[in-house]
Design a protein around this ligand. Structure first.
Ligand code: FBP
Length: 560
C-alpha cells in the first residue's frame, strides 16, 4: 500500500518563491510607511468603532543590510471559513519566517476555525507536521470553521487562551467576514492593553476580497483553473456527442468572479453574470427567455447541445428573488423559537405558513417556485443569517422553466429542436485542489509576510503581496490596514462595520471581454480546453496567472 501519491511526493519538495524583498531573510527587513489612510465609506462610524487601529498607513518591506534578531515569542494561527487551495502554505510560510527569526519562537494552530481560540483547542506545530503539508491543498492541517469572532465574551476567552500559551500574535486566514473579525479582535486587544497583535491573510476562492490594495485573494487561481479544466472536458464531450445541454452551477457565494474567469478560460455558449442581472433588473422570466432564445437559435442551426455557466449566487441578484429572500430571512430568523412553525412536518404546510407571513408580492414569487426550490430556500441559514446558496439548485430551476418556455416556442413554430439536459455543480471540487504554483508561491509569501508585519509591531493589518502579474521575485510585500477596506452594512437588521465585498465591475476590463464575445461564443463553438493545472514544465504553462489578474493589470498599466 502507498502512503503518498507520486504527485504528493513531488509537491512536498517544491520550494515556493518569495518576493526578492523578503528573500533576503526575515531578520533583514526595513519598513516604509505611506500616508495615513481612510476607510472606503462611513469614516465617522468606522473611526469611532476602531479608535485605536483606524487610519494607519499602508506599509512596504525592503531588504535591509542590518540584521535585527528579536526576542523569542509565540504566535497562533486560525484558518477561517471555506477551504481555499494554499492555506497550508500560508501556515508553512508563517512557520518558516517565525523559526528563521528566532528558533525559540513557537507557532500554535487553533483547531476547527475561530472556535479553537475561544475554547483553547490547539496544537503546536513542529517541523515534521509542517513538512507533511507543504504545497498541499485543503485546510486539514488544523481544520476550519465559520464561528464568528465578535462578542466581548469571545474576545475575553481568546485573551485568556493566548495568555495561557504566551501568545503575542494571532494570524487569521480568512475572507471578508473573517478579516472583519480580525480587525475587531485587533482593536479589542489594543483597547484592553493585551499586548497581542492580529494580522489577517486574504483567503477565498470567491475572489471577492479584493480592492485597490489587494489584487486577489488566494485560492481563486487554483479553484478557477480546476473548474476550467472540468468545463473544458465537458465542452469536448458536448461537442462530441452533440446531444446534451450542460448546465453548470459554479461556486461563488455572491460575486461572479469565478464564473467570469472560468468563462474567459473556456468560452462556453452561455455565461450568466449575477451583477449584470441585478444591474439590468432582469426578472427570472427574462433570464429564462434569454437562455431559451440561444438554445432555440442553436437548435435551429442543427446544434442541440451547449454549455451554460450559472453563478451560485444568481438567485439573490434577481430583483424579485432578492426582495423575497430578504423578507424570508427576516421571517426565518424570527421562527427559530416558533413552536407553531417547528411542529409543521409536511412541506406544503410549511410553505403555506411562510406564504401567509411574506409580503404580498414576495408571497407570489415564493408561490410560483417549484417545490424543490421552496424547500431549499427554507433550509438552515449560515452563521450570518444568509440563505446557503450552494444548496439551492438554481440550475434545476432554470432547466424546468426553460423546458416550459421551449414547449411554448415549439407550439408557436419558433423552435424545432430537442432539449436534453445534464446538471453539474462545481464548487467543492476546486476548494482543496493542490495549489497551483501561483497559489503555492503567493500563499507562502503571504504567511512569511504576516510574520514580518508582526516583527515590526503592527496590528490590525492584512498581509499584502502585490504586483502579482509579474514574476514572484518582483512581487511587492507589505501590509494594508484592515480599517481601510471597511464600511457600514446592514447585517441581521443592524448596521455593522464590514470589509466591503468586491463584485464584478460591469465597466471593468474582464467583463468587457465576455460582453464583446458572448454572441460569437453562443452560436459558433469557440470552446477552449485548458486541461489540468501543470506543476512541472515550461513556465508558460506552470506559472500563468488568471485572465482576471492579467486583464486588470493590463488596464492599470494602460491608465498610467
Ligand atoms: P469563504 O468566503 O469562507 O471563503 O467561502 C466561500 C464558499 O466557498 C462559497 O463559494 C460557498 O458558497 C460557501 O463557501 C460554501 O460554504 P460551506 O463550505 O459552508 O458549504
Amino acid at each position: 500500500m502507498k502512503e503518498l501519491s507520486s504527485l504528493q511526493i513531488e509537491r512536498l519538495k517544491y520550494q515556493p518563491k518569495l518576493p526578492s524583498s523578503l528573500a533576503g531573510g526575515i531578520n533583514n527587513l526595513s519598513l516604509s510607511e505611506g500616508n495615513n489612510t481612510e476607510c472606503v465609506k462611513d469614516a465617522e462610524q468606522i473611526k469611532e468603532l476602531f479608535k485605536n487601529t483606524y487610519g494607519k498607513p499602508v506599509v512596504t518591506f525592503k531588504t535591509s543590510e542590518q540584521t535585527e534578531v528579536s526576542p523569542a515569542r509565540n504566535v497562533g494561527v486560525i484558518l477561517s471559513g471555506g477551504q481555499a487551495p494554499g492555506g497550508h502554505n500560508v501556515i508553512a510560510g508563517l512557520y518558516d519566517a517565525l523559526k528563521q527569526a528566532n528558533p525559540q519562537n513557537k507557532l500554535y494552530g487553533f483547531l476547527g476555525g475561530p472556535s479553537g481560540i475561544i475554547d483553547g483547542q490547539y496544537i503546536e506545530f513542529t517541523d515534521e507536521k509542517i513538512n507533511a503539508y507543504r504545497n498541499t491543498g485543503g485546510f486539514d492541517i488544523i481544520g476550519s470553521g465559520r464561528t464568528k469572532l465578535e462578542t466581548e465574551e469571545q474576545f475575553q476567552k481568546s485573551l485568556e487562551v493566548c495568555k495561557k500559551l504566551g501568545i503575542t500574535g494571532v494570524v487569521i486566514i480568512g475572507g471578508d467576514d473573517s478579516n472583519t473579525n480580525a480587525a475587531m479582535l485587533a482593536e479589542w486587544f489594543v483597547k484592553n492593553n493585551a499586548g497581542i497583535q492580529v494580522i489577517g491573510c486574504p483567503k477565498t476562492i470567491d475572489g471577492d476580497l479584493k480592492n485597490e490594495q489587494i489584487e486577489i485573494s488566494f485560492g481563486f487561481d487554483t479553484a478557477t483553473k480546476t473548474y476550467a479544466e472540468l468545463i473544458g472536458n465537458i465542452q469536448r464531450d458536448a461537442n462530441s456527442a452533440k446531444k446534451y445541454w450542460h448546465f453548470i452551477k459554479l461556486m461563488g457565494r455572491s460575486a461572479t468572479h469565478v464564473g467570469l474567469e472560468v468563462a474567459l478560460q473556456t468560452q462556453p455558449n452561455i455565461t450568466l453574470i449575477s451583477e449584470e442581472v441585478e444591474e439590468k433588473k432582469m426578472s427570472l422570466k427574462q433570464i429564462v427567455d434569454y437562455m431559451a432564445d440561444i438554445i432555440a437559435r442553436r437548435a435551429n442551426s442543427g446544434k442541440n447541445f451547449g454549455v451554460a455557466l450559472i453563478p451560485e449566487g444568481l438567485i439573490e441578484f434577481i430583483p424579485e428573488m432578492k426582495s423575497m429572500i430578504a423578507n424570508l430571512n427576516d421571517i426565518m430568523s424570527s421562527l427559530e423559537q416558533d413552536a407553531s412553525y417547528n411542529k409543521l412536518t409536511v412541506p406544503a404546510d410549511r410553505f403555506n405558513f411562510i406564504e401567509s407571513r411574506l409580503e404580498k408580492e414576495n408571497a407570489e414569487v415564493f408561490e410560483s417556485l417549484p417545490v424543490l426550490i421552496k424547500a431549499q430556500l427554507l433550509m438552515d441559514r449560515d452563521p450570518h443569517g444568509n440563505v446557503q446558496v450552494s444548496k439551492i439548485e438554481t440550475e434545476k430551476l432554470l432547466i424546468e422553466m426553460i423546458k416550459i418556455k421551449l414547449d411554448e416556442m415549439k407550439a408557436e413554430g419558433e423552435y424545432m429542436g430537442k432539449f436534453s439536459d445534464q446538471c453539474h455543480f462545481f464548487g467543492y471540487e476546486g476548494r482543496c485542489a493542490f495549489p497551483s504554483n501561483f497559489d503555492a508561491d503567493y500563499c507562502y509569501s503571504l504567511g512569511y509576510n504576516a510574520f514580518a508585519l508582526m516583527k515590526f509591531g503592527l496590528t490590525g493589518y492584512l498581509s499584502s503581496v502585490k504586483n502579482l502579474s509579474a514574476p514572484a521575485d518582483e512581487w511587492v510585500a507589505g501590509g494594508v490596514p484592515l480599517t481601510m477596506m471597511m464600511n457600514m452594512e446592514k447585517r441581521h437588521g443592524q448596521f455593522k462595520p464590514v470589509i466591503k465585498k468586491a463584485l464584478v465591475e460591469l465597466n471593468g476590463p474582464v467583463f468587457k471581454v465576455l460582453e464583446e464575445n458572448r454572441e460569437k461564443w453562443a452560436m459558433e463553438d469557440k470552446y477552449l480546453f485548458p486541461g489540468s493545472i501543470q506543476y512541472f514544465g515550461p513556465s508558460s504553462v506552470c506559472d500563468i496567472t488568471t485572465e482576471t489578474l492579467r486583464l486588470e493589470n493590463q488596464a492599470k498599466l494602460a491608465a498610467v
